[in-house]
Each structure stands twice: as C-alpha cells, then as structure tokens.
Design a protein around this ligand. Sequence first.
Ligand code: 3PG
Length: 306
Amino acid sequence: MKILIATEKPFAKIAIDGIRKIIESSGHELNLLEKYTDVSQLLSAVADADALIVRSDKVTAQVIAAAKKLKTVVRAGAGFDNLDLNACTEKNIVAMNTPGQNSNAVAELVLGLMIFMSRNKFCAGTGKELKGKKLGLHAYGNVGRMVARIAKGFDMQIWAFDPFVKKEAMQADGITAVDKVEDLYSNCDYVSLHIPANETTKKSINYKLLNLMPEGGCLINAARREIIDEDDLIKLFEERTDIKYATDVAPSNIAELQQKFDARIFATPKKTGAETAEANINAGLAAAVQIINFFKNGDTTFQLNK
Ligand code: 3PG
C-alpha cells in the first residue's frame, strides 16, 4: 500500500525516520509531501495514495475526490476540524485521529503562555505569580487534564467545566467542577480553552462570557481560532484594560489587536502547541501504527466517522 504523509508543517526528521521504519518494515511504501505551498500539490500527491497522514492540513471534499484509491486518512493529532468527515464517509474512507498523543506538548505551552503573560511578556514591570491563583479549564479532556497536572505543581487552584466528563472524576483529581460555564469565567484568574472547533463551539467564547472574568483576568487559547468571537474580543479589550489574551492561533484581526493592545496580547506566528519532537514522534508513529493495523486486521479503534 502507498502511504502518503502530507504536511504543510512537517514532522521532525526523527519522527519521519520512525514512521518510515514502521511502514517499510510492514511491506508498505512511504511517500512524503512536506511544506507544500499550494493545494494543487496535495491534490496530485494524494491521487495514488491508499492511506494519508496529515496534521492540520485541510482534507476537503476536493482532496477526497482527488484521492481515487484512498481507504483511510489519519489526522496525527487531536482536533479533526480539518477533515471533511462527510466526504470521507461518502467514499467509505475511514477517518481517524490520534487522541492524547501530542497533549503534553500543548499543555506545556499553556503553562508557558500563562507565565509569559503574567510576567508582562518578559518586559520591565511588576508581574504576578501563578501560585495560589485560580485556573479554569474550559473542557477537561486529554490536554485539560495535563494542564491541571502541571498547574498543580505551581500550587494553582484548578477549576473545570466539562459537561462530557463526570463531576466525580474531576473531583477525584482534586478539581473544582462547575455545572455552569459562567461560573468558570466569573471565578478564575486564568481560563484555558480546550474545546474543539465545531458548529456548536464556533464563536462561543464571546463578550458575555469573557466579561465575567475577574480584574486582571487572562485568557489562554491553545485550542482553535474559530471558537473566539473576534469582534467581541476587540470590544472587551476596549472596555476592559485589565484583560490579557495569549493564543497559539492568531486571530484574523491580530494586526488591529496588536496595534491597539500590544502589551496585553500575544499570538504565536504559527501554531506551535504540538511542535515538539516528542509530540511529533508520539502522534506520527501512532498514526503509522493505526494505518498498519487497519490494513492488517481492519482495526478502526480511532475511527471518527462511525
Ligand atoms: C491538534 O489538534 O492535535 C493540535 O492542534 C496540533 O496541530 P498540529 O499538528 O497542526 O500542530
């Protein structure tokens, strides 16, 4: 089988070496399309692929239509908003992700962003410590849990809102679990977003919610750009000169935000949460193993379009 890795943002070489070993030792062929600049390159590379591994690369209906032999696509990572699941289902293509594999990298970045913002972006001026502050996790999945684990080491008080996780499970982890999302924002000094981008969550982080944050509140977004209502963010920043925002996914109005509120806002130039050798190895190798097992035994454990 021909397995294509198509990554606009490539995996570390050490991860590619590991993936190659897994694929070739199972008798399959690895093809690489890295740092492509135009979708036409992806469309032609995918034409004869039996399996596809991507990161945040958009696997649209157009890509699926061009992939005449494709049987499975694996998003090496957690969020799968870049995959057109309906298009996959229509062509009987099994879409999968690799949940949890890159979570620690994202969680470490969250703590890094919290410290960076609390110390005035490492510029002059009196900063604040994380110790004793309340951290609100908006969703308690793989990344949220790892953020909680690390933040406990900073002596933070951890709160979480997640209607999909049992309150008892959060409480067993020493987390204050809230029933209403508003309670998270009105109580926590820091709120870290860990919800996926989908039709329900898009623009759900809005003025009403953010304005509940206490004096000096700091919002961290290592999830997805689309979940923020960007017009509301500007309104909030204009009214609340105490609020800070650090994001791993630059808002589309970042130029305006930076021009007006530079000291209180930070955005990474390119999504960097999962950009560690370890995360590349974990997610990339997991994707390769999932594909091998799919071809060998029909294993669809991580299938998304069931
Ligand atoms: C994910 O959903 O797994 C993360 O956002 C990482 O995305 P990336 O593979 O594009 O770095």
